[in-house]
Design a protein around this ligand. Structure first.
Ligand code: MOS
Length: 707
């Protein structure tokens, strides 16, 4: 056997930078040929299949579960429920600073706090046997009255801090409103919305030589390890979570009932157990976006400067867990006023617990605030872009902090130029194309640009290639490809010499794919490791057969970041056509211009921003989970009943960006995960007003609401 001659990278010529050049997905061929294995399809010898049984009442108590009847069915191995399931530890605060949602800590008591609550796991030799048995399982409930009635003005609404303070306030709101030349007071609502990612939640758990191993579909292996270790009272080092390929997440893929149930069953049966959620189960077990009811009051002086701003947002949470959808957060960063008051409130209902979904807070919050600004602009007789430019703050309106960078005005200027905004006739309802009324609208976008500590392991291999190992999650974003480009640049080599391995908690702790912070956080760690490795190689080190490995940890560097208001910004534009005979709204074209830090891979970045804007179309026109108040359950809990935008809804959607390198990030990245949806629904709604003269303050803008 011969070994490749040791070689030093210092001798190679650095290529023109990989970061900023379009690169197809490094795992693209694997994905389109089916070679990429997802959590629900990895083969295991002796695999057993679990099927969740969920409650058919919205509130109550389990009187009895007739497990014996289904244990006699073909292939059935076990029925886990509150009467026999292992006890879990649930009194802790996890990696993301929150307590576990009891919905995920399954089978610990006989209470049923919402429709679709997990009550049992039936395990069988095949998934068909498990399903047959789970659907035959007779559960007797003592049913109690339930309340799922979400609306504004609930007397039991309360402030809840969540990840940001519930309330902020300065100045005398009523006095400034009274002194304003123009006042707007309007209420906006958004419905219950669901993530609806392609790949359902799935996990396979097995014990392997004293270690628990879980093959899972999630947004962060480190996060899932932390939660499972605590719940099952294990050392984190005794748990390994792997999730190389993930078919979408949108905020929903953290720790959920299926992983916990799979671990329980694998522990009890001492064999690998797989649990996959059905699409229908995802409507109650996977989290969702709470509906919101928002009130916005704005007061402006004669030249459009805001004197008063109030944004109050009500959302719901379950009776078992605290979660807040912080709709009122948008104005805290975007607009200042002499009197500036914002509040997020929740009401506790007999509903499943909502969770983060696609720009949590910002997506519904920007619908209300960016619609309200459009309404105010009309009242003031100002162009809506001009109104926003007149209200550009010098510092964070609530934080008082300087902006790390804020290129919102530049986004509007560039967007207006490319969209053809100049000379727009502000009058509504005056443009016609046959039976269609035409209109254009705009809105601002913003999303936080944070970073979380991560570790990366980087090896210079003896054959001249490099291996990056990081517990990153590529949930469809292109993160793995972006990290390949970042590593290549930092090492000064071509991308074909870099191999990036992700989705394995054994690679060390890393940030989740969430909060638009994934790629930025991981890139920081990869860049740091690469810099150290390059230094070592520059000293002329020969590479031994096992390679040279360095490990980075960005905890200290991120902790040392100066306090600034760190956000990405954008300007959204939409042109709609409204059919006056059917009430149908068509988005003819959309343009988003973003200032979102350095763009690592234009190909996948454009993909992601356009994807977010498509979600905005979807939010504006289609998405709405409808519940039956009598039973607490959904009508049409599937992708036929829950409408998302499809190809026919997406005509001409363009996303682009302006130069906006983050000065404090070693690669210049900010994050693009969520900003694409922010403001997009408002831009569409504002365009519908411009087309028709009718203001739509309730989403979605269904045909029956248009007529
Ligand atoms: Mo995102 S909603 O933080 O996954």
């Amino acid at each position: 056997m011969t070994t490749a001659a040791p070689r030093s990278t210092a001798a190679t010529t650095p290529p023109a930078g990989a970061v900023g050049t379009a690169h197809t997905r490094v795992e693209g061929v694997e994905k389109v040929t089916g070679a990429a294995r997802y959590a629900g399809e990895i083969p295991f010898a002796g695999l057993a299949h679990g099927w969740l049984a969920v409650s058919t009442v919205a509130r109550g108590r389990i009187r009895s579960i007739d497990a014996d009847a289904v244990l006699a069915m073909p292939g059935v191995l076990a029925v886990l429920h509150h009467g026999n399931a292992p006890r879990l530890e649930t009194d802790y605060v996890g990696m993301l600073g929150v307590r576990p949602d009891p919905t995920c800590a399954v089978f610990q008591h006989d209470q049923v706090p919402s429709m679709g609550w997990p009550v049992a796991l039936v395990v069988a030799e095949t998934s068909e046997q498990a399903r047959e048995a789970a659907e035959s399982l007779v559960v007797d409930y003592e049913q109690l009255p339930h309340d799922i009635d979400f609306h504004s003005g609930r007397p039991d609404a309360e402030g809840l801090d969540g990840h940001m303070p519930a309330v902020t306030g300065k100045g005398d709101l009523e006095a400034e409103l009274a002194a304003s030349a123009t006042v707007l007071d309007a209420e906006y609502t958004t419905p219950e919305e669901h993530h609806s990612m392609m790949e359902p939640h799935a996990a396979t758990a097995r014990w392997d030589g004293g270690r628990l191993e879980v093959f899972d579909s999630n947004q962060g292996a480190t996060w899932v390890v932390g939660e499972l270790a605590r719940m099952f009272s294990l050392e984190p080092s005794a748990v390994r979570v792997r999730s190389e390929h993930v078919g979408g997440g949108f905020g929903s893929k953290g720790v959920r009932a299926h992983q916990v149930a799979a671990v329980m069953a694998a522990t009890v049966l001492r064999r690998p157990v797989r649990v996959v959620m059905t699409r229908r189960q995802m409507f109650s077990l996977a989290g969702y976006r709470s509906p919101t009811a928002q009130r916005v009051r704005l007061g402006a002086d004669a030249d459009g400067r805001l004197r008063a701003l109030e944004h109050r947002s009500l959302s719901l949470t379950s009776t078992v867990h605290d979660f807040v959808e912080p709709g009122a957060g948008h104005a805290r960063v975007m607009y200042d006023a002499d009197a500036h008051h914002t509040a997020n409130q929740v009401v506790r209902l007999d509903m499943p617990t909502p969770t983060w979904m696609r720009a949590p807070g910002e997506a519904p919050g920007s619908f209300a605030m960016e619609s309200a600004l459009d309404e105010l602009a009309v009242k003031c007789g100002l162009d809506p872009i001009e109104l926003r430019l007149r209200n550009e703050p010098e510092r964070g309106p609530v934080s008082g902090l300087p902006f790390s960078s804020r290129n919102l005005a530049a986004c509007f200027r560039e967007g207006a130029r490319r969209f053809g905004w100049a000379g727009r006739d502000p009058r509504p309802g005056v443009r016609r194309d046959g039976r269609w009324l035409l209109g254009t609208g705009t809105a601002a976008a913003s999303f936080g640009a944070g970073a979380g500590p991560s570790t990366a392991v980087l090896t210079a291999e003896a054959d001249g290639t490099f291996t990056v190992r990081i517990a990153a999650a590529d949930i469809g974003t292109g993160a793995r490809t972006a990290l390949t480009l970042v590593a290549a640049d930092a090492l000064g080599v071509t991308t074909d010499r870099v191999r990036v391995r992700i989705g394995d908690s054994d690679f060390g702790p890393a940030m989740i794919a969430g909060g638009s912070m994934g790629t930025r956080s991981w890139a920081w760690a990869v860049n740091t490791a690469a810099a150290e490795l390059r230094e070592r190689l520059a000293l002329g080190a020969d590479i031994p057969p096992e390679g040279i490995t360095v490990r980075s940890d960005t905890t200290a560097a991120i902790g040392a970041l100066a306090q600034k208001e760190r956000h990405s910004y954008g300007a959204q534009f939409a042109e709609v056509a409204v059919d006056v005979t059917t009430g149908e709204v068509r988005v003819r074209r959309m343009l988003g211009i973003f200032a979102a830090g350095r763009i690592v891979n234009p190909l996948t970045a454009r993909n992601q921003l356009v994807g977010g804007m498509v979600w905005g179309i979807s939010m504006a026109l289609h998405e709405e989970a409808v519940r039956d108040r009598a039973t607490g359950g959904h009508y049409g809990a599937d992708l036929a009943g829950y409408h998302v935008a499809t190809n026919a809804d997406v005509r001409n959607v363009e996303a682009d960006w302006i130069e906006d390198h983050d000065p404090d990030d070693p690669v210049g990245i900010k994050g693009i995960g969520e900003i694409g949806i922010v403001g997009a629904a408002a831009a569409v709604a504002n365009a519908v007003w411009h087309a028709t003269g009718a203001r739509h303050r309730d989403l979605p803008i269904r045909p029956d609401r248009v007529l």
